[in-house]
Design a protein around this ligand. Structure first.
Ligand SMILES: CC(=O)SCCNC(=O)CCNC(=O)[C@H](O)C(C)(C)COP(=O)(O)OP(=O)(O)OC[C@H]1O[C@@H](n2cnc3c(N)ncnc32)[C@H](O)[C@@H]1OP(=O)(O)O
Ligand SMILES: CC(=O)C(=O)O
Length: 534
């Protein structure tokens, strides 16, 4: 069926509400405002801002959100049905929702009889009244009201008749969509599809809100669309309570490119997906999952030589869509799984043209890389170390300096005040411009002291090395089961105020591995800055 033949799917984001229920995610009101602006720029239909009245931050968000000049999205306020025992017009939750100023409100209510009797502790019929009069009252005050049928699928499985009555109560109250929630995330795709099929006769617009406890939130949301649902709730990167919510970053391109559904987002909007996903991770202080579908850095990264050889001929041989459709990019990795095609691709990326695939220098480089990976090197996060090997193999890497050795002494000094700070002293010996240099420096620790000694030794002839700053430092023990004698891999990220690059060192001596990575960073800096050797 073409996009026109299907009703449009409405995208409802709950990153700021259910996403905030993720362990370790703590957005400030300012973060929430920034995310809201970004989601509006992406073009989502609704952005659920939080639960007004639940905490001062959400109140602050709704106060400030009134000033947001959003182009496409509508801010929604979330809360529960009124409490049993309070009148709807006097209920604190309902007052909070209306006080937020949001013109779209989503209320959740109980659809599972177990929750009505156990969590609310009220008769089943009374819960229907809570749902009905909450929605009817809110509908008189705001433009749109959505009803989140909490635990709909669990409730329907055990007591279908009652679960259906809760939906009817909400629809009769005037709900604009009945959102079926897989709150505990335990429903299988076929069951979910069947249950939705059994309530489509209510005639109400249906929505879906899935959790990911069985890793099925995206699959269930898409199956729900096939079953007739036209409103999808989810979060950016799938953050949310427990194992998370349905991931809109995957749902959106699946709907658009795989299921040809019509959305308010156009193709141009979808090119923002990678950037939006990474932005929300930044705000949530979470690392971006490398293998996140569509937007992860590995989503279009090719490692196996067979794959790369084919991708160079035709990208669609190993890519299900073109990465630029979602703002991502193709990458080729060089490793022990590589073939000549990987190297040719990398050389072209470095602007090195015209090297024949059968060039013996390339064969040697490939063997060198495979041997180094066997020893534990990894070039995925250490592009600069790889590039140095390319330039060396092609005979283009100048001999800037010659290393003669280094020594490090660590010391813990006990002071009179009882503190015992650590310190380190490093000495490096090298030959620069034909002269022997022997320099010593102190630092907070061995890596700091070595870095300072290296900079001191080189700064007269190569002053630009002082721009080099260590940005990240990762150590991994390689799996050779030697306990504290194990080989380690040190990956260091560097920054010189303009560029960022990674280098790698491997040794059974952690300081030697760090030193090797450090020396490569210096050589890379000199080469990339086109410095002439003295
Ligand atoms: C499926 C979901 O994700 S729903 C959203 C869940 N999100 C959150 O809970 C985050 C925000 N929540 C909060 O800040 C607090 O829980 C508040 C402010 C809402 C309520 O705090 P408190 O008044 O201290 O109540 P508490 O959290 O202990 O318990 C929830 C109360 O809401 C009642 N309740 C739960 N669901 C509903 C409902 N759908 N309709 C009416 N009342 C409900 C419970 O029965 C319980 O009432 P009780 O205290 O009389 O037993
Ligand atoms: C409403 C909601 O967040 C849920 O049922 O999971």
């Amino acid at each position: 069926m073409s996009a026109q033949a299907h009703p449009p799917v409405v995208l409802y984001d709950t990153t700021l509400r259910d996403g905030s229920q993720s362990e370790d995610v703590l957005f400030s009101a300012e973060d929430k405002l920034r995310i809201a602006k970004r989601l509006d720029a992406l073009g989502l239909d609704y952005i659920e801002g939080g639960w007004p009245g639940a905490n001062p931050k959400d109140d602050d968000f709704f106060r400030q959100a009134k000033q947001l000049k959003l182009q496409k999205s509508r801010i929604t306020a979330f809360g529960s049905t009124r409490r049993a025992g309070s009148k709807v017009e006097e209920d604190q939750v309902i007052k909070g929702l209306l006080g937020s100023g949001a013109q779209v409100i989503t209320v959740f209510g109980k659809s599972w009889d177990l929750h009505v009797s156990r969590a609310l502790g009220i008769p089943l019929a009374q819960n229907l009244e809570l749902i009905f009069d909450t929605i009817r009252y809110l509908k008189r005050h705001v433009d749109e009201v959505f009803y989140d049928a909490e635990h709909f699928f669990d409730g329907y499985r055990r007591n279908p008749e009652y679960a259906r009555q809760t939906l009817q109560a909400a629809y009769e109250g005037g709900a604009d969509a009945l959102v079926l929630c897989d709150t505990n995330g335990g429903t299988m795709v076929e069951d979910l599809r069947r249950m939705i099929g059994e309530v489509t006769d209510l005639g109400a617009p249906l929505g879906i809100h899935c959790h990911n406890d069985c890793e099925l939130a995206v699959a269930n949301s898409l199956a729900a669309v096939e079953a007739g649902v036209t409103h999808i709730q989810g979060t950016i990167n799938g953050i949310g309570e427990r194992c998370g919510n349905a991931n809109l970053i995957s749902i959106i391109p699946n709907l658009k490119f795989k299921m040809q559904r019509s959305l308010t987002l156009d193709d141009e909007d979808l090119t923002q997906l990678t950037a939006v996903s990474r932005f929300v991770n930044e705000m949530a202080n979470r690392p971006t999952q490398k293998n996140q579908p569509y937007v992860g850095v590995s989503a279009f990264a090719h490692k196996g030589g067979i794959h790369v050889s084919a991708v160079l001929k035709d990208a669609s041989t190993y890519e299900h869509i073109s990465p630029d459709l979602v703002g991502n990019q193709q990458r080729v990795l060089v490793s022990e799984q590589a073939g000549r095609s990987n190297l040719i691709y990398k050389l072209e990326e470095l602007g090195i043209e015209g090297v024949d695939a059968k060039d013996p220098r390339l064969t040697e480089l490939l063997l060198d890389v495979k041997e180094l990976e066997h020893q534990g090197y990894q070039f995925d996060g250490a592009d600069a170390s790889f590039q140095l090997r390319v330039w060396k193999a092609l005979g283009e890497l100048p001999n800037y300096f010659e290393l003669l050795g280094f020594r490090v002494i660590d010391e813990r000094r006990v002071r009179k005040d009882g503190q015992h700070p650590m310190g380190a002293e490093a000495t490096v010996k090298m030959r620069v411009a034909g002269e022997s240099v022997h320099l010593v420096a102190e630092g907070a620790g061995p890596v700091d002291a070595l870095h300072k000694a290296l900079s001191k030794a080189l700064r007269r002839d190569y002053p630009m090395v002082t721009e080099l700053k260590l940005e990240d430092f990762k150590v991994r023990i390689l799996g050779n089961r030697k306990g504290t004698e194990a080989t380690v891999r040190v990956l260091i990220e560097w920054y010189d105020g303009r560029c960022r690059w990674g280098t790698v060192g491997v040794s059974d001596h952690i300081i030697a591995a760090s030193y090797d990575a450090m020396v490569e960073a210096v050589k890379y800096k000199l080469f990339k800055d086109k410095v002439k050797p003295v």
